[in-house]
Design a protein around this ligand. Structure first.
Ligand code: ADP
Ligand code: MG
Length: 760
């Protein structure tokens, strides 16, 4: 029996999912697999585990496991459920990549989807669990998709063993056809239970103009206007990343301070002292306008306004109180906003995945009396967390996503427009407790150009790393795997071929007809080398380089080169148009300085042949030697942010290598010496081993039929001539054989990240 506090009881009863408890539990008892759909905030994540617990699904020999695509949800949901059930964290626990509080007694376990995938690698039948809940399935993260595919096989296997496992898939949208209309996935179509959402209407306001890049500034202005002009109710702002979140928090705290130590920008907002609250109340009394103006939200019409700057004039409280309020706050600047105004305290909180859990938890508490809550969040607030009391949503329309280079598989984070489905999810956050408003900082025309849904992650990226992970799970015939949405066959074949070439998979026997060969290729088992490569968190090409580098003490160099290749754009771009002659001269000077440094970093003798990779190694070495300061970067044409990112990655890869080679004893040496001549030669072989499919040969004089092949190279992949990029240190040398990191197409096909290699 669960002993819940009266307040929790009351809050639970308001959740729409409570009305469905019986329907849900009957479906689960009668079916091995059940899908539950319900709007964000309807109570899926917090309540379904409790239903199961109370119905006796958890016991000492079998737990309830819940996966989340995000760490922040795994941590905060375990805490919330423990609190609601009045149970200790020893029983309701969480496990994320690097930390957790799981014990022998754990009966409800929240974890990230990656953690469960790793557990399957150790125990394919997941015998520790009686129930697995896959949460946030609509997000279609790659691991979630793979887990659903794996579980579709694990569930029948457990059935056969007489130890049934229940699988529950939860989604915030009704778009679940990829799971239900997919008879390769589930033999019997699982029932879909729809939880009615108690959603209040949300009025959506589009900007007239879409800010070109300063959406952060636009967010700031919008929040200022909402706070000054609109009735009470929490504000939720969607931005794309941690740095943006912090900088907006700082700006807002400065504009609307509510207590001294808040303006310092720290997050350790102490509970407000009674004295301060009293002072605040007094100061409010002296002011003419005591409360924010009230408006009738049901009697609202969007008043057409002039393009953009209708409210540039300073607004006073009196003005607002006396006039109709235009809820469509409009776009554009307002100088007024930057002034600090302590009479209107705003309680500003950041929220993003990597924020410490105790700081994340603050968003769920009521704001200090007399203040308005304003949460500045990344995408985590879109579906995983429901923040109480939000009435206004400010949506920048962007998201930071990982993109993959089709040629190199190198990943990078980029900010792009969200999908229409995401935009609507974000808007929905404003209507949980009463009617709300969503301010979109982009025009309706831009919205119409958004894609309807974001494509499942698995279809948008090269899959060689995923295939390697699956082979590490001993799934040999990847082509037969029941993907909810399969990656394109070409992508699978290309991945398999690359992994064979890298030695991560065992070569198929070269007999039989071509077709059989191809089939065999898509079912090759993993090699011992592949198993090691699978443990490194980088693309297989780079993992191969790492795996080879134990020899001749090359590891620190390979780790650095791989880190630098994974982070893009190490060098500042100085070939940009300048606004004045003065600036032109300045850019010219900086460029000359960078070129000079690059020649120094390129080293001499065999080092020089490593080409651009040696430049990367030399640049990182020099920068670290100087303490990786912003000053050093600016003086030498390095991108400071890139250098910081490389530093982080070096640390991560060093840890990963140490855990495989326990006797390697590697550490990140800020005073790393340049490689010896011998090491430089070895490094070229290592690089060739990883980039073996990226070899290019200079076109010979006798092959020169056409002028377009002058100074050109021939690759295995392309019919057209490719060239060494002018930014390469090997541009003028034109070695006979080179390997390249990637090919980019501008006016011509250019190779970047070039090293010279010798024919065997
Ligand atoms: P769903 O998974 O369907 O999106 P949840 O179970 O996450 O819904 O949330 C249900 C309700 O519980 C929401 O109204 C939310 O405000 C509340 N809630 C969730 N976590 C917390 C928390 N840590 N503190 C207070 N309320 C919370
Ligand atoms: Mg949820």
């Amino acid at each position: 029996p669960v002993d819940r506090s009266p307040e929790i009881q009351e809050a639970r009863l308001k959740l729409p999912i409570l009305a469905e408890e019986q329907v849900i539990m009957e479906a689960i008892s009668e079916n091995p697999i059940v899908i539950i759909c319900g709007e964000t905030g309807s109570g899926k994540t917090t309540q379904v585990p409790q239903f199961l617990y109370e119905a006796g699904y958890a016991s000492s020999n079998g737990a309830i496991g819940i996966t989340e695509p995000r760490r922040v949800a795994a941590v905060s949901m375990s805490q919330r459920v423990a609190k609601e059930m009045n149970l200790s964290h020893r029983l309701v626990s969480y496990q994320i990549r690097y930390e957790g509080n799981v014990t022998d007694e754990t009966q409800i376990k929240f974890m990230t989807d990656g953690v469960l995938l790793k557990e399957i690698q150790k125990d394919f039948l997941l015998s520790k669990y009686k129930v697995i809940i896959i949460d946030e399935a609509h997000e279609r993260s790659m691991y979630t998709d793979i887990l659903i595919g794996l579980l579709s096989r694990i569930v029948p296997l457990r059935e056969k063993k007489g130890l049934p496992l229940k699988l529950i898939i939860m989604s915030a949208t009704l778009r679940v056809e990829d799971f239900t209309d997919n008879n390769r996935l589930f033999y019997a179509t699982p029932p879909v239970i729809q939880v009615d959402a108690r959603q209040f209407p949300v009025t959506v306001h589009f900007n007239k103009k879409t800010p070109l890049d300063d959406y952060s500034g636009e967010c700031f202005r919008k929040v200022c206007k909402i706070h000054r002009m609109l009735p009470s109710g929490g504000i939720l702002v969607f931005l794309t990343g941690q740095a943006e979140v912090h900088s907006l928090c700082r700006r807002l705290r400065k504009a609307f301070p509510f207590q001294k130590n808040n303006t310092a920008g720290g997050d350790d907002d102490k509970e407000e002292s009674v004295e301060e609250i009293r002072k605040f109340r007094k100061s409010r009394k002296r002011k003419k306008v005591m409360t924010l103006p009230k408006i009738d939200l049901d009697n609202y019409s969007v008043v057409p306004v002039d393009e953009g700057d209708e409210d540039r004039d300073a607004e006073t409280d009196d003005d607002i109180a006396g006039s109709d309020i235009d809820l469509d706050l409009g776009d554009g600047d307002s100088e007024e906003d930057e002034k600090s105004d302590s009479s209107l305290p705003l309680y500003v909180l950041p929220l993003y995945s990597l924020l410490a859990p105790e700081k994340q938890a603050k968003v769920f508490r009521a704001p200090p009396p007399g203040t308005r809550l304003c949460v500045v969040a990344t995408n985590v607030a879109e579906t995983s967390l429901t923040i109480p009391g939000i009435k206004y949503v400010v949506d920048c329309g962007k998201v930071k996503k990982r993109f993959y280079d089709k040629i190199t598989g190198v990943s990078s984070f980029r900010v792009t427009w969200i999908s229409q489905a995401s935009a609507n999810q974000r808007a929905g956050r404003a209507g949980r407790t009463e009617p709300g408003h969503c301010y979109r900082l982009y025009s309706s025309a831009v919205f119409m150009d958004f894609e309807k849904f974001s494509a499942p992650e698995i279809t948008k990226r090269p899959v060689e790393d995923l295939i390697l992970q699956m082979k590490a799970l001993n799934i040999e015939k990847v082509i037969n795997f029941p993907f909810p949405t399969p990656p394109p066959t070409e992508a699978l074949a290309a991945a398999e071929e690359l992994l064979i070439a890298l030695g991560a998979l065992k070569e198929p026997p070269m007999t039989g007809r071509l077709k059989q060969q191809l089939a065999a290729k898509l079912s090759c088992p993993i090699s011992p080398l592949g198993r090691i490569m699978a443990t490194f968190p980088v693309a297989p090409r780079y993992a191969k380089m790492l795996a080879l580098s134990r020899q001749h003490d090359c590891l620190p160099y390979t780790i650095t080169i791989v880190s630098a290749m994974t982070v893009r754009e190490l060098f500042e771009e100085f070939d940009r148009p300048a606004v004045s002659e003065e600036e032109t001269a300045k850019l010219k000077g900086k460029k000359a300085r960078l070129l000079q440094m690059q020649r120094i970093w390129a080293g001499q003798g065999p080092m020089q042949k490593l080409g651009d990779l040696m430049v990367m190694l030399g640049a990182v070495g020099a920068c670290e030697y100087a303490g990786c300061t912003r000053k050093f970067c600016e003086e030498n044409g390095l991108r400071y942010k890139a250098m910081l990112e490389i530093r982080r990655l070096r640390g991560q890869l060093t840890t990963a290598v140490n855990s495989v080679c326990t006797d390697a004893g590697l550490y990140v040496d800020p005073k790393m010496k340049p490689p010896t001549e011998a090491q430089a030669t070895y490094l070229r072989q290592i690089v060739l081993a990883g980039l073996g499919d990226h070899v290019a040969r200079r076109v010979q004089a006798e092959e020169l039929l056409d002028d377009k092949w002058k100074n050109a190279y021939k690759t295995a992949l392309l019919d057209d001539p490719v060239f060494i990029h002018p930014s390469s240190v090997l541009f003028k040398q034109l070695p006979e054989f080179v390997v390249y990191q990637e090919i980019v197409e501008t006016t011509k096909l250019y190779m970047k990240g070039v090293s010279a290699v010798e024919p065997e």
